[in-house]
Design a protein around this ligand. Structure first.
Ligand code: M6R
Length: 624
């Protein structure tokens, strides 16, 4: 959570920083702020609300004020997702130390900030905010004064006193040509330009300036300073060991992939990108003649995968729901006993590790702290760790033993759409891969599934062509206060995803539930104002789902049935019907996701919500 951006070079920093914050806003949008180094003085501006509030303020300054305050070639900026202290101007970053010499932005949590704060208060330090970050700023100031060391050394010594997670950028008036960057548990990327550096929580603010990036590792800090008009970068560890400048990565993201491309919202653009994103997910990975799947990243671990005895899938939110669908697919096609857990819970559970066990971590951002911690635990338990990750070079992608990338380009809207369908597809393909290598899945059966997989982009296209119908339904159901999403077998996870999508964007209370479970309690909620969307394609569960629909109707409830094209039977039972094209049962969740995404999107628009940035949320959740 929280996005940090920094610039040090020869250009005016503020436009680069503001643009960078806009790109990172998906990480949090409770407040935004900027600090510029201007001739040994800081210009600091912080505003509650989205980045637009900060940029409005800056753009309203007159030319004189801009010249006076905003000229500065070194600067740091921040967009916040509040953890310690409410969203407000004073809790917004950057934070200054008491004597005003040090400015800092921070993504993460300093867990022992209260005990440090107490010590600093006893020494006479005053605090203007409720944040853990201001404590760190003052700790650095205090260390610097007492140890009489340079800013980078003061940062290093101070970081040795803190527990928690951080990615920080620090600048000091006393060394106006220097920026210190440090990382532990939160991401930071350094873009290497021509005698200039761009620093950010991820690569999206950097790509329009340079494609060359360095990923700092946990426990490392970088010091950039100006010597003889040349900016130098040095990396060392928090324990003061010099680190060789690491491999410089070449970014492959294109700038157009970050723009809305004519759509009113990123969410809608990303929903409509799904035929292409599914194509990209499967591209080069299907070997139809052999009835097999290729995953380059897993090659090295073929032996271990062949001998796997147990799998645990971890993820949070949408990623976990994709995992619930993957669990069915992996067990059915590969025969490996599989369990899905919240990353957050797996980390802290004290359970015996099964013999020859593996962990699959699913994460779009590759930065989710709860999922990352689960991987670390799995590694301690000697499990083989695999990742299904979208963001290339992200922390999870680098942490796992082996991985599969989604290859769907950046997903910007907070509500996950194209990543979710891609995650489910990859898990089904992984199930085929494992099933084939372990002799659990015949070539014929595998070919049958793979042929249907290849048709998915065209089938999603058909659903998207009917989006007008969903838009009409959104108008009809926009005032609902509650919603059930129901499904069975593969579509239990899909129902949960449908409910999550609706609640996070529209703020309508929605529950995802196994349809059979309904009669064990939840059905008492049903009344004439409580719609249920029942995922009931023509498959092995259809007759059961039909009974569940009847049970709801018998209690006066409203039903939107999501069924297979051509099935007219439900027209007489349900209040509304949404059709998806015919496919194999195992693939139905991928198709079912799409109309549910559209429904969530259009209802949210109808309700006047900020669809891409729903309240209280952030796209990348880097705190526990
Ligand atoms: O980046 P990740 O896939 O690890 O994120 C996990 C969840 O935070 C994420 O899926 C979240 O639930 C989405 N906002 C759902 O739309």
């Amino acid at each position: 959570m929280c996005g940090i951006v920094g610039y040090i070079g020869k250009k005016e920093a503020w436009p680069i920083l503001i643009k960078g914050l806009e790109r990172l806003e998906y990480r949090g949008y409770d407040s935004a702020g900027i600090a510029l180094m201007n001739d040994r003085a800081f210009f600091v501006c912080k505003k509650k609300g989205k980045v637009v509030e900060l940029s409005k303020f800056i753009k309203n300054l007159n030319k004189e004020e801009i010249k006076k305050n905003l000229s500065g070639k070194i600067g740091i900026a921040h967009t916040r997702w509040a953890t310690h202290g409410i969203p407000s101007d004073s809790n917004a970053h950057p934070h200054l130390s008491n004597d005003g010499t040090i400015a800092i932005v921070h993504n993460g949590i300093i867990e022992n900030y209260l005990s440090i704060k107490k010590i600093l208060i006893n020494k006479g330090y005053k605090f203007k905010s409720d944040t853990d970050t201001e404590v760190l700023a003052n700790l650095i100031e205090d260390v610097k004064k007492h140890a009489k060391v340079s800013i980078d050394e003061a940062v290093r010594l101070a970081l040795n006193e803190v527990n928690g997670a951080y990615a920080i950028l620090v600048i000091s008036k006393e060394e106006p040509d220097t920026m210190v960057i440090a990382k532990l548990g939160s991401p930071v990327v350094i873009g290497v330009g021509k005698n200039e550096f761009f620093i950010a929580s991820d690569a999206t603010p950097i790509i329009e300036h340079t494609k060359k990036v360095i990923y700092l590792e946990d426990g490392e800090m970088a010091v950039i300073n100006n010597k003889n008009k040349k900016f130098n970068l040095k990396i060392k560890t928090i324990t003061d060991k010099t680190v060789k400048i690491p491999y410089i990565h070449q970014l492959k993201i294109k700038i157009e992939e970050l723009e809305k491309g004519g759509f009113p919202h990123f969410m809608l653009k990303e929903i409509f990108e799904q035929p292409e994103s599914l194509r990209n997910t499967m591209r080069g990975r299907i070997v139809l003649e052999k009835g097999n799947v290729k995953f380059g990243g897993l090659e090295k671990f073929k032996k271990e995968l062949e001998n796997l005895n147990h799998l645990t899938i971890v993820g949070m939110g949408t990623a976990r729901f994709a995992g619930l669908i993957g669990e069915y697919a992996i067990e059915e096609l590969s025969g490996i006993r599989t369990k899905v857990e919240y990353g957050s819970e797996f980390t802290y559970r004290d359970v015996a590790t099964p013999y020859r066990a593996g962990l699959i971590a699913i994460s779009q951002s590759g930065e989710t702290a709860d999922t990352l911690n689960a991987i670390k635990k799995a590694k301690r338990d000697k499990m083989l760790t695999l990742g299904v990750v979208n963001v290339i070079g992200s922390t999870i992608a680098r942490e796992v033993d082996a991985g599969i990338y989604n290859h769907i380009g950046p997903e910007t809207a907070v509500a996950s759409t194209k990543a979710s369908t891609s995650q489910v597809l990859l898990l089904i393909m992984l199930a085929i891969y494992l099933g084939r290598m372990r002799g659990n899945l015949s070539k014929n059966k595998s070919q049958e599934i793979l042929k249907e997989i290849e048709k998915l982009p065209a089938l999603v296209e058909i659903i998207l062509k009917n989006s007008k119908h969903i838009k009409q339904l959104a108008k009809k159901y926009k005032k609902s206060e509650n919603f059930f999403f129901l499904g069975r077998k593969y579509n239990t996870g899909a129902a949960m995803e449908g409910a999550l999508k609706l609640k996070e964007c529209s703020y309508i209370h929605a529950e995802g539930c196994n349809s059979a479970e309904l009669k064990h309690g939840p059905i008492s909620l049903i009344d004439k104002d409580f719609p249920s969307l029942v995922i009931a394609p023509i498959d092995s569960m259809y007759e059961k789902n039909k009974s569940h629909i009847q049970e709801i109707k018998a209690r006066g409830g409203i039903v939107i049935a999501l069924t297979t094209e051509g099935n007219k039977e439900l027209n007489n039972i349900a209040d509304d019907v949404i059709y998806i094209p015919k496919t194999l049962e195992i693939l139905t969740p991928i198709l079912a996701f799409v109309p549910m995404q559209l429904l969530a999107y259009y209802i949210s628009v109808e309700r006047g919500n900020d669809v891409d940035k729903p309240r209280n949320l952030a796209k990348s959740v880097t705190v526990e």
